[in-house]
Design a protein around this ligand. Structure first.
Ligand code: AMP
Ligand code: ZN
Length: 107
């Protein structure tokens, strides 16, 4: 298994999860670029959000529900939800993931 996020979702790389749903997990980005920087990742492997949308829309809906819940809990209500899609757009890990970023942390 070469995919770093498959290693995280399967527990091969132990990672502290912030939250989990049926189809997705949320954990802190290893290299945060904002005070809040959380990744929300489907448990199954899809290359990017377009692939996830086409192949498993119910898992996408579940991921979005988890991302919304975590964003509301960890920010003051304003946040960005970003899916870099394709190397030209800055995607470096080719397992679909949403970035939740915010300048404001809810303590
Ligand atoms: P992207 O550039 O959109 O593909 O985002 C990949 C993100 O994954 C980057 O923000 C990295 O900092 C993050 N990342 C890479 N490896 C890990 C890891 N082991 N645990 C948490 N975040 C990671
Ligand atoms: Zn993967």
């Amino acid at each position: 298994m070469d995919c770093i996020f498959c290693k995280i979702t399967s527990g091969v790389i132990p990672t502290k999860l912030i939250a989990e749903s049926e189809h997705a997990v949320a954990f802190n980005d290893i290299s945060p670029r904002q005070p809040v920087h959380i990744l929300v990742v489907p448990k199954e492997h899809y290359t990017d959000v377009a692939d996830l949308t086409e192949k498993n829309p119910s898992a996408l809906a579940d991921l979005m529900a988890l991302a919304t819940k975590v964003a509301r809990e960890k920010t003051l209500g304003s946040f960005r939800l970003t899916f870099n899609t394709g190397a030209g757009a800055g995607q470096t890990v080719f397992h679909a993931h949403a970035h939740i970023t915010s300048t404001a942390v809810r303590d």
